[in-house]
Design a protein around this ligand. Structure first.
Ligand code: NAG
Ligand code: NAG
Ligand code: NAG
Ligand code: NAG
Length: 240
């Protein structure tokens, strides 16, 4: 595999890859200049390259655990689910998150072979409600593990199949210039999740949700009754 453990070093150290990854660069907050500073600065147009996990500056998500390798980069396109069933039409109450449902498309080779073509892939996928021609590789959904509603990733299109029954460990607010979605509701946070202790996970143990587009909840339950969905897209970087 091309993917090596430099990811954990990158997560800690690198504000941008305009310079080689091992050279410190000036610690400016590039997010205010561009929503995708790392990608646009780091693209090599003609050669196979090692995918670099997008990180914000400053980065508040934890580094990857040692000894893990990148398994799959997936483009997720679907919905975040919320409910106001307990407080219908109440403007002083906030919707409650009750899960998500997304189709996952395999974009690993795109990041390896054609990073110049990636652009703002999640914004485009959300606007087109499509996987942009990439191969479906599985689904993201929530399911009960015991009494815990659990974020789950089933990459049944991968051989051997990969499965992650996860627990959310960290959240990081999306960059200010992230695409705010079809109704300008805002972009859901970037996340770091790890395998739970259910024993259900196979071949994967950690995932980052990055480059989110849309999906955030309305701030109140005004004019909201029952369950509703907000379309979103994100990149999921799976490690195992
Ligand atoms: C909430 O508001 C909608 C639209 O105004 C209305 O149809 C619905 O009956 C209301 N629900 C409740 C529980 O009051
Ligand atoms: C989320 O919404 C979708 C679409 O309505 C639905 O199929 C799914 O069951 C919902 N999932 C959860 C956990 O609410
Ligand atoms: C997810 O949404 C799709 C339609 O977008 C639907 O066919 C499917 O049943 C949903 N799955 C779950 C687990 O909610
Ligand atoms: C993202 O891509 C779309 C389609 O190419 C473009 O219209 C839009 O301006 C881009 N947005 C950002 C924030 O770069």
């Amino acid at each position: 595999m091309l993917y090596q453990r430099i990811f954990s070093a990158l997560l800690i150290a690198v504000p941008t890859i305009a310079a080689p990854w091992y050279q410190p660069t000036s610690p400016q907050d590039t997010h205010h200049a561009s929503p995708h500073p790392i990608r646009s600065a780091g693209v090599a147009a003609t050669s196979v390259s090692t995918p670099v996990l997008p990180v914000q500056t400053p980065n508040t998500l934890p580094p990857l655990s040692d000894s893990l390798n990148l398994r799959v980069i997936a483009l997720g396109v679907g919905t975040q689910n919320y409910t106001c069933s307990q407080t219908p039409n109440v403007s002083s109450s906030a919707p409650v998150s009750v899960g998500a449902n997304a189709t996952l498309y395999d974009v690993t080779e795109l990041f390896t072979n054609s990073p110049q073509d990636i652009g703002n892939i999640t914004e485009t996928a959300l606007l087109q409600n499509s996987g942009l021609g990439n191969q479906p590789i599985g689904h993201h959904f929530f399911t009960y593990v015991g009494s815990t509603l659990t974020p789950t990733f089933d990459l049944d299109g991968h051989s051997p199949s990969l499965f992650l029954s996860a627990v959310k460990e960290n959240t990081e607010t999306a960059p200010v210039l992230a695409y705010t979605g079809l109704s300008s509701e805002g972009a859901v946070p970037w996340l770091f999740l790890q395998s739970d202790t259910s024993g259900l996970s196979e071949g994967m143990s950690e995932v980052y949700r990055v480059e989110t587009a849309g999906g955030a909840q309305p701030s109140t339950c005004a004019d909201k009754d029952g369950d509703f969905q907000v379309p979103y897209s994100a990149e999921y970087w799976f490690y195992g």
